[in-house]
Write a protein that binds this ligand. Structure first.
Ligand code: PLP
Length: 423
């Protein structure tokens, strides 16, 4: 058993450490050895980290809210059955934003009643699939959703629905992941929501459970959450459920200090109590905060080039982590068995675009071809946005726990790349 000689920053999965030889361990496994065993790139998930965060969320809501609460993992943050199954085992439900995510959730064994369907452009097929699966709530995002539900819910049956509102509260985050502003593709403005609520009340097929608002992602301040609840309450306060969405940010670099889960829960719960009372069911939909810091990505260095800059080229990039290219997301990196600094460099992927830069201002310790490089905090929206650019087979997901590692999603093969060709 390796000896922990150095604890790491909160960017790494809980329980990660450097051993006496300076090797990074995640979930009790030597990351350099895992690179050898499973290949690179790969997503390494510390199973205990995910479970611990799920329990922290549950505990916070149970302690602070006397009424019922339901925690719902936002599937899109890490859409694979192993992750969904883990959270289901911890008692969480999940929200899905497509038929594909619903298929994953059902396959993972999530209780359909704890699955909720979102989306600003749901198709007839997706809604029919959700209805046939007996899911919990459908979150109505637009008038077309209403028309589809009225048509697709069988006569004599009812479907539980929530109404998604955009409370005109913008969190301080990148425009691409801000959703609470009035001019949004998601949900109804407050005035429009009043009409929709009246329409649902008049419907024989739709059973209104409550309101929903998700104002954005990677939020590092709590005040916008409070203001969103306050705005929701202008639509009335007699609802069975208030769904306050997700959005809690995580640390991508060691200098970032996101709010603690308990403080996030307290801010939302206090606002709900103030405006809707203590008996209401509170739903919360964390995605990134459950998985973001629980995983790291490993790469192998393929080339080190020096011109104006030093370019450290690895065997992945925008095919396994699109966030830096989509919204300038910033990450850290280390050589997995040689932590430290000394070589300012650009950590770049293998793809045929100059924009394929994973970290523009990395600082590695003497990086060389063959080294394993690790980027922490890749659990949220890494795997979910993976793609096959340049014919890159998508990376595997490896669960690590107590020194044991198991593949839960295997690496794609070249045959997989050909599997859909009709020739
Ligand atoms: C993306 C999303 C979430 C989760 O957001 P995080 O920032 O990952 O917590 C929750 N609810 C809805 C409706 C979403 O679209």
């Amino acid at each position: 058993m390796a000896v922990a000689t150095q604890q790491l920053s909160h960017v790494y999965p809980r329980g990660s450490f450097l051993d006496d030889r300076g090797h990074l361990h995640v979930g009790g496994c030597d990351v350099t050895e895992l690179a050898h065993e499973f290949g690179t790139p790969a997503y390494l998930v510390a199973e205990d980290d995910l479970r611990a965060r799920a329990r922290e969320f549950k505990q916070a809501f149970a302690q602070l809210h006397p009424g019922p609460s339901q925690l719902v993992f936002a599937t899109k943050a890490f859409p694979c059955t192993a992750v969904l199954r883990l959270f289901a085992e911890e008692g969480l439900g999940c929200d899905v934003a497509s038929g594909g995510e619903l298929a994953l959730a059902l396959k993972a064994g999530v209780d359909p009643k704890k699955i909720h369907l979102h989306g600003n452009a749901k198709s007839d097929e997706e809604i029919a699939y959700a209805l046939a699966s007996g899911i919990g709530d459908v979150v109505v995002d637009n008038l077309d959703d209403l028309e589809k539900l009225e048509r697709l819910v069988p006569n004599g049956e009812t479907q539980a629905v929530q109404v998604r509102v955009t409370p005109d509260v913008a969190g301080d985050t990148h425009a691409a992941i801000s959703t609470g502003q009035a001019d949004s593709k998601f949900g109804f403005g407050l005035d429009a929501a009043r009409d929709v609520l009246a329409k649902i009340e008049a419907s024989d097929k739709l059973d209104l459970t409550g309101l929903h608002a998700h104002i954005g992602s990677q939020l590092l301040q709590l005040d916008p959450f409070r203001r969103a609840v306050e705005a929701m309450a202008t639509l009335g306060t007699e609802f069975r459920t208030v769904n306050v969405g997700g959005g809690l940010g995580v640390a991508y670099t060691r200098d970032q200090e996101p709010p603690r889960i308990a403080d996030y829960a307290r801010a939302k719960i206090e606002a709900v109590h103030e405006h809707f009372g203590t008996g209401v069911t509170i739903m919360d939909e964390p995605g990134r905060a459950l998985v973001g810091n629980g995983a790291v990505t490993i790469y192998r260095v393929q080339s080190v080039k020096r011109n104006v800059s030093t370019w450290v080229g690895v065997d992945g990039g925008m095919s396994d982590n699109l966030r830096p290219m989509l919204y300038g997301a910033v990450y850290e990196a280390e050589v997995a068995d040689r932590f430290g600094e000394g070589t300012p460099c650009k950590l770049v992927g293998k793809h045929c675009e100059s924009g394929d830069v994973i970290i523009a201002a990395a600082d590695l310790k003497d990086p060389r071809p063959g080294d394993v490089v690790v980027t922490p905090a890749t659990g949220g929206y890494g795997y979910s946005m993976a793609n096959n650019y340049n014919g890159q087979p998508r990376a595997p997901v490896v669960f690590c726990k107590d020194g044991d590692a198991r593949v839960v999603v295997r690496r794609e093969t070249y045959d997989d790349l050909l599997a859909r060709d009709v020739a």
